[in-house]
Write a protein that binds this ligand. Structure first.
Ligand code: CO
Length: 308
C-alpha cells in the first residue's frame, strides 16, 4: 500500500511539472503532433522512462472543440491549433503501473471562461463528495447540479451548460486505465460505493450541446485487454506486433505513433490491429464526438486515491 502511494506521488509530480510546462509552451499555430510530442517527450524525460516500470500512462488526448475525448494525432496529421479552439489536454504518467490520469483545458478566447468555471466547479464538487463508502450515483447527481447551474453566452445566445451523460470518471487498476467502476456525472441512482484502497479519475465534461456524445469511426487509441486469452496467431506479422505490445505496453493504452517510434512497419500495423481487435486481444477506444458545429466541451479530471 505504501509503495503504491509513493508510485502515485512520483507520477503525480511528473504530471504536475509537465502540465505546467505544457500550459506555458503550447500556443496557437502549433500542430497537434508537435503538442503531443512536447508532452510525451517531457513525460519520458522527467519520469525516466524505463520499459514497463515507468513511462507514459496512455496516449496524449488533444481533443478539440466538439470532440470530447480519445483523439490523439496519427502520423501525418496536419491539424493546427487555432486561437478560437478549445482543447482538452489529457495525458497520463505511470510508475510501476500506477497511473495518474489528469487533464486540463486550454482556450485563448475569454468567451469560454464560464464553461471552464462550470467544469472546474463540477470537478471540485466531485472531489468533495468522493471518499471511502461514497455512493457513485450521489457523486453524479452533485456534479450535475453544480455543472448545470452555469450558463454561457455565445454570440447573443444563452446556453445552459450540460453535463455529458454518457461520459464519466472511472476507477484505475495497476496497468489498467479503466478499472471497471464508472463515476457518473449525472444523476441516475447507481448505488455502487467507492472502496478503501481504490484509485479513481474524477472526470467531468461540460457542454453547450445536448449533453451526449457519439463514438466516431476514427480511432487512434488501443490497449491489450486485461482478460485477453491466449489465441494462436497464424499471421507472423500479427504475432510480431503482439510481442511488441506485450514488451512495451503490456495492458497500458497505446497509439499508432508509439508503434511508429518502435519501428513497426506502417501498413502492416493497421491490418494487424484489426486482426488483434477481432480476436478480442486488443480493444479500441474510439474518438467521442459531439454535435458538430456546436461549441465546446471541457473536461478536467483529477485523480483521487481512496485513502485508508
Ligand atoms: Co480517464
Amino acid at each position: 500500500m505504501h509503495a503504491d502511494f509513493n508510485d502515485l506521488r512520483r507520477a503525480a509530480e511528473v504530471h504536475r511539472q509537465v502540465r505546467q510546462y505544457a500550459r506555458k509552451t503550447i500556443k496557437p499555430g502549433m500542430t497537434m503532433t508537435e503538442i503531443a510530442e512536447l508532452i510525451e517527450n517531457g513525460t519520458r524525460a522527467l519520469v525516466e522512462e524505463d520499459g514497463l516500470t515507468r513511462g507514459i500512462g496512455f496516449p496524449t488526448g488533444l481533443s478539440l472543440n466538439h470532440v470530447a475525448a480519445h483523439y490523439t494525432p496519427n502520423a501525418g496529421d496536419k491539424t493546427v491549433l487555432k486561437e478560437t479552439d478549445v482543447m482538452k489536454v489529457d495525458f497520463g504518467v505511470h510508475v510501476n503501473g500506477r497511473i495518474i490520469d489528469s487533464a486540463f483545458t486550454m482556450h485563448f478566447n475569454p468567451r469560454y471562461d464560464n464553461l471552464i468555471a462550470a467544469v472546474q466547479d463540477a470537478t471540485n464538487t466531485a472531489v468533495k463528495h468522493a471518499g471511502v463508502d461514497a455512493i457513485l450515483g450521489e457523486i453524479g447527481a452533485a456534479v450535475q447540479e453544480t455543472m448545470e447551474s452555469y450558463e454561457l453566452e455565445l454570440d447573443g445566445k444563452t446556453y445552459q451548460v450540460k453535463a455529458i451523460r454518457n461520459l464519466s470518471g472511472h476507477s484505475i487498476n495497476p496497468y489498467q486505465i479503466h478499472g471497471g467502476k464508472s463515476v457518473p456525472i449525472v444523476k441516475g441512482g447507481d448505488q455502487t460505493r467507492m472502496e478503501e484502497g481504490e484509485t479513481f479519475a474524477l472526470e467531468t465534461f461540460g457542454s453547450t450541446g445536448k449533453g451526449v456524445v457519439h463514438n466516431d469511426v476514427d480511432c487512434s487509441h488501443y490497449a491489450k485487454r486485461v482478460d485477453a486469452r491466449h489465441v494462436p496467431l497464424r499471421s507472423a506479422k500479427a504475432k510480431g506486433l503482439l510481442n511488441t505490445i506485450n514488451q512495451n505496453f503490456g495492458t497500458l493504452p497505446f497509439c499508432r505513433r508509439y508503434l511508429d517510434r518502435l519501428g513497426e512497419e506502417k501498413y502492416g500495423v493497421a491490418v494487424c490491429l484489426v486482426t488483434l481487435n477481432c480476436l478480442i486481444i486488443v480493444e479500441k477506444f474510439s474518438r467521442c464526438w459531439h454535435c458538430r458545429g456546436l461549441p465546446a466541451i471541457i473536461r478536467r479530471p483529477r485523480v483521487l486515491y481512496c485513502a485508508v
